[in-house]
Design a protein around this ligand. Structure first.
Ligand code: ATP
Length: 306
């Protein structure tokens, strides 16, 4: 008798850069109130899901050794959550092919979680809507809803309350991946310490940046990029100052620490300039690895299925 082996579902999910990351007050629940503008980038992870006799997570690619394969992995938590909802055991093998740097401030774990939600909805034929998936996403982590949403969006609350943002044209980015990662909670803690010790400048509201995005002009956007976490990331990893300087000297319009870092993101005029900046940065010895990317790109989506 022929047995049919179901083909796996493969989902691609984007990384993100925060074009604007304003950090407000520390809330009673331990989170900070954020005002952020996310852009989804073409540096992606692929998540493959297949039926199995147990729940397992395998990881390959960029930084695979540092990714947990047990219950602390967000894809594991996504499988348990949707399994519970569907009243079935989460018997699935999940393979992560990482392109997004681990602990790099580009929300790689969140991208995988969003991909797992989309993939399991398909694999188990759950029929959940995008809105229902977004509710589960917000419970898995603050950046997971944006990884589902993609594009460019304004985030409030912990970053999970999203409004789409009009962004014209494609923007060209160079990403400098650092040696080692930075823990997001440690970077927020360092910002609290810096704020207690003095009053580092704080970003205002991002109206001008939203207008620059609507114009599609990278020259208008570049001077408006801002990240309240950058001072804290630089305090914990001072060598990032050299990286930021090197990118601008190489021809980028502006450089910024991505999220909680340590990845540095450089906005360039066009694709050719991005290639030239990436070649120069690769040779400058100021980072571990250089990648180019474009944004905005769509959120997590199935690229092959049963
Ligand atoms: P943030 O979303 O806070 O900006 P980040 O992009 O800096 O995070 P991630 O790559 O998401 O960093 O990983 C942060 C930590 O989460 C890692 O150190 C790792 O231990 C854990 N982790 C859990 N699940 C994953 C996953 N699927 N991929 C990568 N890291 C994961």
């Amino acid at each position: 008798m022929l047995s049919v082996v179901p083909s796996p579902v493969v989902v691609r999910a984007p990384s993100k850069v925060n074009l604007h990351l304003g950090v407000g007050e520390l809330r009673a629940d331990g989170y900070h109130e954020l005002t952020t503008v996310f852009q989804a980038l073409s540096l992606t992870d692929e998540v493959e899901l297949s039926p199995s006799s147990s729940l397992t997570v395998k990881v390959s690619g960029e930084g695979a050794d540092e990714v947990p394969t047990g219950r602390t992995n967000l894809v594991w938590q996504a499988a348990v959550r949707l399994g519970h909802l569907a009243g079935r055991a989460p018997l699935v093998e999940i393979t992560l092919r990482k392109g997004i740097p681990v602990a790099g401030g580009m929300a790689g774990g969140s991208a995988d979680a969003a991909a797992a939600l989309i993939g399991l909805n398909e694999l188990w034929d759950l029929g959940l809507t995008r809105d229902e998936l977004a509710t589960h996403a917000a419970e898995l982590g603050s950046d997971v809803p944006f990884a589902l949403h993609g594009g460019t969006a304004l985030g409030r609350g912990r970053g999970e309350k999203l409004l789409p943002v009009l962004s014209r044209n494609t923007f060209h980015w160079v990403l400098a991946l650092a040696k080692g990662g930075l823990s997001t909670p440690a970077v927020f803690k360092e910002l609290d310490r810096l704020r207690e010790a003095g009053s580092p400048p704080r970003l205002g509201e991002p109206q001008d940046l939203l207008q620059a995005l609507a114009s599609g002009d990278p020259h208008l956007l570049a001077p408006l990029l801002g990240n309240d976490l950058q001072a804290a990331a630089l305090s914990l990893k001072p060598e990032l100052r050299r990286t930021l300087r090197a990118g601008v000297e190489a021809g980028a319009l502006a450089g910024i620490v991505s999220g909680s870092g340590p990845t540095c993101a450089f906005l360039c005029t066009d694709a050719d300039t991005a290639l030239a900046v990436s070649a120069e940065l690769s040779g400058a010895g100021v980072c571990r690895l250089v990648r180019t990317a474009t944004g905005p790109v769509p959120g997590a989506r199935v690229i092959s299925g049963p």
